[in-house]
Design a protein around this ligand. Structure first.
Ligand code: 5AD
Ligand code: SF4
Length: 468
């Protein structure tokens, strides 16, 4: 097995020196950077690092692309829809470049880590100045400096085997909620998934680095920390000790403070009873578990290369509920995987009814170039996928609503996130179980825990009033 490349302190210092050079060139010019993010929390965490590096280079950050002197589109490749959105927005930036020829446009992230997409952008988006893959993130200052100083477009991609770079500057979007990546990449090769190809193989950060970062956030008053990895349950398997994810959680929870720890994502084949016992034992760990089942049919699970049967999964769920009767369990479900029969799909509906998830994230199968499932026989026609998707949502909506109704009349502790997107007069937050809660209250509550009495339960959110 190839060794994980640890980016040395000298290489990071070199990037800081490039950032300082950019800052010198831009000094006093009021330059602005706009970072557009698609995809999962890992991408959001990466964008917070791009933001941190942009600030170190002397840019200020703007949400308005029209104002920007530097635009970076951080892309996702997990489904075609995400790729098309990123390509479409990149296309829309063409007219900005026409208005301001000095504008630099870069595209990074999972989508451009695929050879065919790199070629696509190279040839069809000539106004894009540079591309860089996921493992090149730490070289952003060097990439921008080169684009400012030298003519020509540049494409920074490597073999995606993966590295770990510590101490990259970070500009966190929130001062009370934070992402902390504990590992990168994935070794599982589920047959539908492009992630192992674009994010490289699994590699864990050193526990000392993670504990330092989490402790620092808690001391700064952060109230919610989400530990990130494609499969956090296999944390540490690549390090030479038997310290695992449950051990890491235990050590984090010994840090004193008023905060919730969440984590995602978990693979059922690696979720252990020890992990479940740890969640039960520590009040700071939110009683919420996102455990993607993907399909309720053993035949489909096998073709997906998921390495568990539905009965193994249900054993985990039973143990979780035995230890923590109120735990919220959520899942990812894919409909229309190649060869999925009507019976296979009904097995998935049956799994939803048996397991009674609090919520699910459901996806229509999207063939991904280079993955085994994309070339499997019996691809399911779009209209069948859509019809199954609608049936899946309708079964889960009923379950989610019934589950939400259990909260009626209860007082919930809520971490207040801001104003509701649909009704600015309402505040919105999440309870420990990660359910959305809307209520009326003053702005001073944003970033704080509040007690909310639940008065109404909808399918996707709870509504309540502040409880003094
Ligand atoms: N098509 C549809 N959904 C997918 N996912 C991953 N790859 C695909 C694909 N090719 C879903 C899985 C995963 C979630 C993050 O995205 O359900 O858990
Ligand atoms: Fe993709 Fe499977 Fe890895 Fe998750 S565990 S990132 S679905 S290959």
């Amino acid at each position: 097995m190839k060794q994980t490349k640890i980016i040395s302190k000298e290489e990071i210092a070199q990037q800081q020196a490039y950032a300082a050079q950019v800052k010198n060139r831009l000094q006093g010019k009021g330059m602005k950077a706009h970072i557009r993010t698609y995809g999962c929390q890992q991408n959001e965490a990466d964008s917070e690092r791009l933001g941190g590096m942009a600030l170190a280079m002397g840019y200020s950050l703007t949400d308005d692309a029209e104002q920007a002197d530097l635009i970076v589109v951080n892309t996702c490749a997990v489904r075609e829809h995400a790729e098309l959105k990123a390509l479409s927005i990149t296309g829309q930036f063409k007219h900005l470049k026409a208005k301001k020829p000095s504008l630099l446009i870069g595209v990074c992230g999972c989508m451009v880590s695929q050879e065919h997409r790199k070629e696509n952008i190279k040839h069809s988006y000539p106004y894009v100045d540079f591309l860089f893959g996921t493992s090149m993130l730490y070289r952003f200052p060097e990439i921008v400096l080169t684009a400012l100083c030298e003519e020509g477009r540049r494409f920074y991609l490597d073999d995606n085997t993966g590295n770990i770079a510590e101490e990259i500057p970070v500009h966190r979007e929130s001062d009370f909620k934070a992402w902390v990546s504990i590992m990168y990449g994935c070794n599982n090769y589920c047959t539908y998934c492009v992630v192992p190809f674009v994010r490289g193989r699994e590699r864990s950060r050193k526990k000392e680095d993670i504990l330092y970062e989490v402790n620092d956030l808690i001391q700064k008053g952060y109230k919610e920390i989400t530990l990130l990895g494609q499969n956090v349950n296999s944390y540490g398997k690549d390090l030479s000790s038997d310290y695992d994810f449950a051990d890491l959680l235990q050590e984090i929870c010994r840090i004193k403070g008023d905060y919730w720890i969440r984590f995602m994502t978990s693979h059922p084949k690696d979720a252990s009873f020890k992990l479940i016992d740890t969640i039960a034992a520590y009040p700071n760990i939110a009683k919420q578990f996102h455990l993607p089942l993907q399909s309720g049919s053993d035949a489909v699970l096998e073709k997906m290369n998921r390495k568990y049967a539905r009965s193994d999964y249900e054993k985990l769920v039973s143990y979780m509920r035995e230890k923590m009767p109120e735990i919220a369990i959520t899942s990812d479900i894919i409909v229309g995987f190649p060869g999925e029969s009507e019976q296979d799909f009904e097995d998935t509906l049956d799994a939803l009814k048996t397991i009674q998830y609090d919520n699910i994230f459901s996806f229509i199968y999207s063939p991904r170039a280079g993955t085994p499932a994309a070339v499997m026989q019996n691809q399911i026609p779009e209209e069948v996928k859509k019809e199954r998707f609608a049936r899946l949502l309708s079964v889960q909506s009923e379950i989610s609503k019934t589950k939400n109704e259990l909260y009626l009349g209860r007082v919930e502790r809520v971490l207040v996130e801001g104003h509701s997107k649909t009704d600015q007069s309402m505040l919105t937050g999440r309870n420990e179980k990660n359910r959305l809660v809307h209520f009326k209250g003053g702005d001073a509550l944003i970033g704080q825990f509040a007690s909310v009495k639940i008065t109404q339960a909808d399918t996707y959110a709870l509504i309540g009033e502040i409880y003094e």
